[in-house]
Design a protein around this ligand. Sequence first.
Ligand code: FAD
Ligand code: NAD
Length: 468
Amino acid sequence: MEKFDVTVIGSGPGGYVAAIRCAQLGMKTALIEKYPSLGGTCLNVGCIPSKALLDSTEHFHKATHDFEEHGIELKGLKVNLPKMIERKRGVVKQTVAGIDYLMKKNKITVYTGHGSFVNKTTIEIAKADGSKEQIESTKAIIATGSKPASLPGIEIDKKRIITSTEALELQEIPKHLIIIGGGVIGLELGSVYARLGAKVSVVEFMDSIIATMDRGLGKELQRLLKKDLGFDFYMKHKVTGVTSKGKEVIVSADNDKGEKIELKGDYCLVAVGRKPYTENLGLDKAGVKVDARGRIETDEHLKTNVDNIYAIGDVIKGAMLAHKAEEEGVFVAETMVGQKPHINYNLIPGVVYTWPEVASVGFTEEQLKEQGKKYKVGSFPFKASGRARASMDTDGFVKVLADEVTDEILGVHMIGPRCADMIAEGVVAMEYRASAEDIARMSHAHPTFTENMKEACLDATAKRPIHL
Ligand code: FAD
Ligand code: NAD
């Protein structure tokens, strides 16, 4: 039986990053992945393919709506959806090949097959050809990720009633796509198909979309998705059932006054969150405990209740984000060799890749109010930015929340062009505990979208933006 210092089960951004860091630190490392393609949800059916389609469709949307104003005239513009999907597959293939390369480079032994614990140090790999192999491992990291959740009584047929996985592979543009859930997946994939001409209706249980982010962002994004892409929103509606017959789907929901609605469309995307994935992992044989929501329980070192087994990423508590999983992968590897790594969970940024993009880090206004913290608000709209006018991206704003007394930045929330990239400045500022004045006094290249951050900080620190 082959012996390893550490075995990682699951090759998503949590698992493959953990494996690389373990190998870098000198551990003999194995990685087990049940699919032949490494990279997990993120690379195969999540972050990367969704961003590929978001980019393609944003080009089409701009070509259709903005090019003429730029002085570019196009005739006979049309979408070739199968080709768009094919390009997306190519992007995934290349990205996944990069992970294969990294595994070889770091001398990580990759096993393809379903991994399960036989006991706390023996792991069995069940391969596609029916054969089985066992390995011994002193330590193990569970990085098995998550799967789409559904609602009671709703059967996902994967044809008309679909999850994000199928939505990334549609071969026709829906006429009317009904989306259950106004969260990140619903709004990103809704944008993809709305830009291609689909009617999109979102049925959301809460009174706000992207409800965990600062409320101001959800409000602005909802307004813009209605204005730019014609989204319909059914807020405070709880879906009670979905049926499909032939090419039709019917979604039934109750609003908060108890009134019933029925929506008819040709596809229904169920995007109501994801659940931790621990099926047939043999947790009972290793003695690993899960919490009431099926997540693997971990302590502050991301160690499970079993001494030699750790868990990271979507399968444990916390935000289901690729970069959170990656940080945890590095954290666990370094912890195993006696280092003292640290993760500041409050400073893990959240991004929604709609257009405009939405990005956030630190505390929201709602959280600061709840804490009774005295804070100042600074904000700066993109319509006052020369760079945004040049690119016709004048919707949105940057909002900075700073401590009333010390001026320390407590939260940065933005909606606008390239905010997904711009939020990094907020992360750096907050990691170094910068004040709003610190950022306001730093040179930001002109003309760039980042000037909005400087101006919002000027507004927060002393109510003295220059360009407003
Ligand atoms: P996963 O990526 O889910 O990987 C787990 C792996 O473990 C899988 O490959 C699975 O096959 C394997 N596995 C499970 N059980 C076993 C077993 N017993 N044996 C062997 N292998 C096993 N996050 C972002 O930060 N940014 C984004 O833009 C973003 N976009 C997304 C878009 C979509 C449509 C979706 C669905 C998700 C998106 N996410 C995004 C979330 C992101 O994909 C996840 O947070 C991330 O993939 C979690 O990483 P992980 O390593 O914990 O698990
Ligand atoms: P989500 O938690 O973001 O949103 C689900 C939404 O569904 C919530 O707003 C919830 O109120 C609503 N909902 C739940 N039950 C409902 C019901 N019965 N009727 C109507 N609405 C209902 O989940 P998601 O969008 O499925 O995404 C899953 C995970 O994937 C998220 O945790 C997210 O972090 C991750 N993800 C991240 C990105 C990104 O970082 N850009 C992109 C996609 C997915």
